[in-house]
Design a protein around this ligand. Sequence first.
Ligand SMILES: NC(=O)C1=CN([C@@H]2O[C@H](COP(=O)(O)OP(=O)(O)OC[C@H]3O[C@@H](n4cnc5c(N)ncnc54)[C@H](OP(=O)(O)O)[C@@H]3O)[C@@H](O)[C@H]2O)C=CC1
Ligand SMILES: CC(=O)C(=O)O
Ligand SMILES: [Mg+2]
Length: 756
Amino acid sequence: MDDVLRRAALEYHRNPMPGKLAITATKRLATQHDLALAYSPGVAAPCEAIAANPDCAAEYTARANLVAVVTNGTAVLGLGNIGPLASKPVMEGKAVLFKKFAGIDVFDIELDAPDPDRFVEIVAALEPTFGGINLEDVKAPECFEIERRLRERMNIPVFHDDQHGTAIVAAAAIRNALQLQGKSLGEVRLVTSGAGAAALACVNLLVAMGLPRANVTLTDIDGVVHSGRANLDADLAVYARPTDARSLPDVLPGTDIFLGLSAPRVLKPEWLPLLAPNPLILAMANPEPEILPEIARELRPDAIVATGRSDYPNQVNNVLCFPYIFRGALDVGATEINDAMKLAAVEAIATLARAEVEETVAAAYGGAHALFGPDYIIPKPFDPRLLLEIAPAVAKAASDSGVARQPLTDVAAYKARLGQLTYRSAQLMIPVFEAARRIAARVAYGEGEDDRVLRAVQTVVDENLARPVLVARRRILTEKIRTLGLRLVLDRDVEVVDPESGDPMFERMTDEYKALVVRKGVVPESAARSVTRRPTVTAAMLLRMGQVDAAVCGGNSDWWEQTKLVFPIVPRAAGVERVYALSALILPVGTLFIGDTHINLDPDAAQIAEMTTLAADAMKRFGIEPRAALLSHSNFGASNSPSAAKMRAALKLLRARNLGFAVDGEMHADAALSPALRGRIVHDSPLEGPANLLVAPNLDAANIAATLLASAAEAQVVGPMFLGLSKPVNVLVPSVTARGIVNLTAVVAAHANRQG
Ligand SMILES: NC(=O)C1=CN([C@@H]2O[C@H](COP(=O)(O)OP(=O)(O)OC[C@H]3O[C@@H](n4cnc5c(N)ncnc54)[C@H](OP(=O)(O)O)[C@@H]3O)[C@@H](O)[C@H]2O)C=CC1
Ligand SMILES: CC(=O)C(=O)O
Ligand SMILES: [Mg+2]
C-alpha cells in the first residue's frame, strides 16, 4: 500500500467519528408513552411472548436479521496473527458490507480466545442473540474444528467466510475463466500457495464440482504438502501427494491454475514461464497478492489474472458471497448453510458475470463498461443484482434441501422484496410496473442512443414493462448495444426510428409539426430540421401522431428547454387549465409527492386546486391513498399574507368539490408530516396521519423543498412527472439514472391506459 492510500485510509477511519459503525434505533422514543412501550413496563409483553414461544423472537426482536462476525484475530487478511483488537477494523468493515449489500445488521465480536475450546464455548453461548454466525479470520487448522463443533452445537447458520465464502467466489471465477479458455475442470492441474482455511475450502469445493483430487497440489510456507510430511492435519492429509517435489517452483510446470491464498509476492516472476499455456492466476492474498497483476500480465499475456483487491480487474473476494448467502439463509430461517446452498451461490455468481453490467455498476467503476471476458470473469461488488440473484438461489436451495424453517414458496415475490432493498423505488413502483405490464404500451425514447436509456430499455424489455421504440441512428445503436454488452436485438426487442433512414414518416411528421409551430416564432426550415435533428421533437411527434402510446424524452440537456419543445406538440388534456410537474421523493420515512416542482412560478388558487386534484389522481395510479397538505409559512390562518390567503382560497375550492381524498391547509410542512403537531392547533382536520402530498404555494418553495430533501436526506426521486397533458410523456432531467428512466417509462406506460 502506498503512503497516500495509507494516510487516506487512516483519515477515513478516524473522521468524522472513530470507526465505521454505530447502532441506530429503529423505533421512536420521544414520549413517556413510547418509553413505557419500549422499556418497562411494556417490554415485558414481548419477553413473555418469547418465553412462551421462542419463535416469536423473530417477530419482536432484531435477532432474525442480526449476524455475529466473530474472530480471534489469528489470521487477519494476510497480516497474520495480529490479535483480536487489531482485527477490529476488518470486522467493522465486514459489518458495513453486510449492511450495505444485504441489509443485514451485524455485531462485530473480537474475542481474546486463541484457544479453540474457549472460542467454541463463547460463540455457542451467543445463540440467543443472533440469527447467524460468520466466523472470520480464524487460522487453520483450528478453524476447521471450531466450525465443525459450532455447526454441531448451534441451530443457526455457522459459516466460516474465509473458507466457504472464498471458495464459492473462487469456484465461480474458475468456472468462468475455464469456459473462456476452453478448458474443463475435469482435466486441469491446480497448484495452491497456502494450505490454510481459504485454500483448503477452495480445493474441497472444486473437487466436489469435478476437479480430480489427483490434479491438486498444495503448497504452504514449508513447501509442497507431500505424503512424507510429519504430523499432517487430517484436513490436509487427503491432499498430500506422493512426490519428491518440495518447493513451489518444482510443482508449477504444466499448472493450469495457480491458486494463491497465502502471502505477498510468493509467486516469483521468474517462475511464470513454467505455467501451462493460457494459465489462470488467482493471486488472492490480501492486501498484497502473491504476484502483482501488471507483472503477471507482462510476462504471461496469455494468462487470466485475478486478485482479491478492488483496484485491479477481476476482484475475487468473498464480499461477493457472504452478504447474500446470509440474506438467503436468514430469510428462510435456514438452520445451516449446506453444500446445496453453496453450489447454488457458485452458479448464481458465475451466471451473473456472463450477463451485461448495469449502469450503477459502471458508474461505481468510473463508467467502465465490463463485458464477460478475461478482464471480467466475476461480477463487481457494487452490482445490485448480486443480491437479487444469489439470495433467492440460496433460499431456494435451502428450501429444496430441507434446512429451511420457512421454505420459500414464491421466488418472484421474494425477488421483488429484495428489489426494495436494492432499489429504494421498487416498492413505490410495484403497482405502476404491474399496470404498465398489463398495457404493454409502445414507448418512444427520444435519446435512443444514450447509454442510460439503452440500459434502461434492456430492463424495460426484460421486465416486459413496455415495447420500446428508439429514436436513434441504427448504425450507432448496433455499436452501442455491443459495447455496453446488452442483449437487445433490433426489430425484435426494440423498434428503431432512424432519422437517417429516409423513412417517409418523417415527411408526414414534418408537415404536421410545421403546421403546429410556424407562425409561432419558428421558421419553416427550422421546423423541418427539428423533426430529424431534435430527438425530443421526433419522439413527441410520434406520440402526437399515434405511432406510439407514450414517450420519454430529454435527459441530455436542459429540462426546461426540452419541455418547451414538447408542450406545443402534446396539448393539455380537455378541461385542464395548466400543466404541472409532480416529483415523488422516496425517503426513509416514506414517500412524499411534491408539486409543482418544475413549471408554474406562482400558481393562483384555482391552479393550486387543479394541481392538487391532478396530483392526487396520479398518486392513485401508484396505489397510494393521497393525503394532501397545502403548505404555507402560515399555520391554519395565522397570517393574512397574500400567499397564505391564496392557499386558504385553494382549500375552499377543493372542499367545494367531491374529491375522494383528504386535504387540509394552509399549514407548515412539519404540521403536514406530524399529526401530533397538527392536532395541537386544529382538532377537526380531515387529514389522518402524515400528509403524503405536499402542495407548495409557488415554484421556489416546491423546488427548494424537493432538491433539499433529495440532497440532504438522500431521497430517491421519481420524476418530475407531468400532470395535465393529453398524452403520457415525460422529459428526463440530465441527472437521471437508468433506474430513473425505467421508473418514468413505467409511469408513462401505465398512464397510456387512460388514453385507450
Ligand atoms: N480474496 C479473498 O476473498 C480472500 C483472501 N484471503 C487471503 O488468503 C490468505 C490466507 O488466508 P487464510 O486461509 O484465512 O489464512 P490461514 O492462516 O488459514 O492460511 C494461510 C496459509 O498460507 C500459508 N502461508 C503463509 N505464508 C506463506 C508463504 N510465505 N508462502 C507460502 N505459504 C504461506 C500458511 O502456511 P502455514 O500454515 O504453514 O504458515 C497457510 O497455509 C490471506 O492473505 C488472506 O487475506 C483469505 C480469504 C478470502
Ligand atoms: C477477504 C478476506 O476475508 C480476507 O482476506 O481474509
Ligand atoms: Mg477474512
